[in-house]
Design a protein around this ligand. Structure first.
Ligand SMILES: [Zn+2]
Length: 294
């Protein structure tokens, strides 16, 4: 399942190819995703220019506007894309300027035919074999977008300066649930999926079963730092796959993070040699070192 690092790397991979490109065609071959692709997506998008590619949590947000005279944006809206369990969003350049779109397969649900400012044609293709993802359209303004039903419950971004130990400390007071469960819920900070939860808690030396409300301010500070380091490392590793965003079918999967504890049950801890333990919390597997994490 694509996690925040994969989505962020997708965003960075798309930016140089699609920013400023005009949408000259839209093909929707299958509307049955997690929520149906809007019936009027084609008419909503046709003729618009992609002005920028943003991300909130695991949602990609493509701002698309009509160009009025003088290059001024008009009537802006947002294409909201979620990759679900198996989704990919990839760029396929066409062989010639007026060239045909590349052949599509069974799971290629949505194609945007784009024309770059230099006249090159390319296809921005959404593929999703398991169909848990989403391709939606919203005409909310940038300020209003934070209140969109899919976005309003999200915690702060992990790389936002607002996310620090103090915030984590304040927001965990009075919460008796285990810190692993609280972190995974995503309402304090987004993007700490199951792998990154186990890894961040290891780096911070915190036992995943610790009640969140019992963490000291100092340990909250360490955990916030560990979350940022773990995600930044995953994004940096993904950066080496950026070339795969052009012209490939986008073999997905996790970045090859060198995990300290995740999926290493019974194997020796990389720091102290103690066998890594696996437990289940909220129906998800958790891995930790009983010696390094207290
Ligand atoms: Zn250890």
């Amino acid at each position: 399942m694509p996690e925040l690092p994969e989505v962020e790397v997708t965003r960075r991979g798309l930016v140089p190819h699609v920013t400023g490109a005009r949408i000259v065609g839209v093909a929707v071959r299958h509307r049955g995703l997690r929520w149906p692709v809007p019936d009027d997506l084609e008419s909503c998008l046709a003729g618009r220019t992609i002005r920028r590619v943003e991300r909130r949590g695991k949602y990609l947000l493509l701002e698309c506007a009509q160009e009025a005279g003088g290059g001024q944006p008009l009537d802006a809206g947002w294409l909201i894309v979620h990759l679900g369990m198996t989704g990919t969003l990839r760029v396929h350049p066409h062989a010639a300027q007026a060239g045909e779109a590349p052949a599509y397969g069974l799971h290629d649900h949505v194609d945007l035919l784009l024309q770059s400012p230099s006249g090159d044609r390319l296809t921005l293709r959404y593929r999703d074999p398991r169909r848990f993802g989403a391709v939606l359209w919203s005409t909310l303004s940038e300020a209003e977008l934070a209140g969109h039903p899919l976005l309003r419950g999200l915690g702060v971004e992990p790389f936002d300066p607002a996310f620090d130990g103090q915030l984590l400390y304040r927001q965990t007071r009075g919460r008796s649930a285990a810190i692993k469960t609280v972190l995974l819920a995503g309402d304090i900070v987004v993007g700490v999926g199951n792998i990154y939860c186990s890894e961040s808690l290891f780096r911070a030396g915190i036992r995943p079963t610790t009640p969140a409300g019992r963490l000291s301010a100092q340990r909250c500070e360490r955990l916030a730092q560990a979350v940022r380091e773990t995600l930044a490392e995953a994004i940096a590793r993904g950066g080496s796959t950026l070339r795969d965003f052009v012209g490939s079918d986008g073999a997905s999967g996790y970045f090859q993070l060198d995990c300290f504890v995740y999926d290493r049950a019974g194997k020796p801890c990389r720091r102290c040699g103690t066998p890594i333990r696996q437990i289940v919390q909220g129906q998800r597997s958790t891995f930790y070192c009983p010696q390094c994490q207290r």
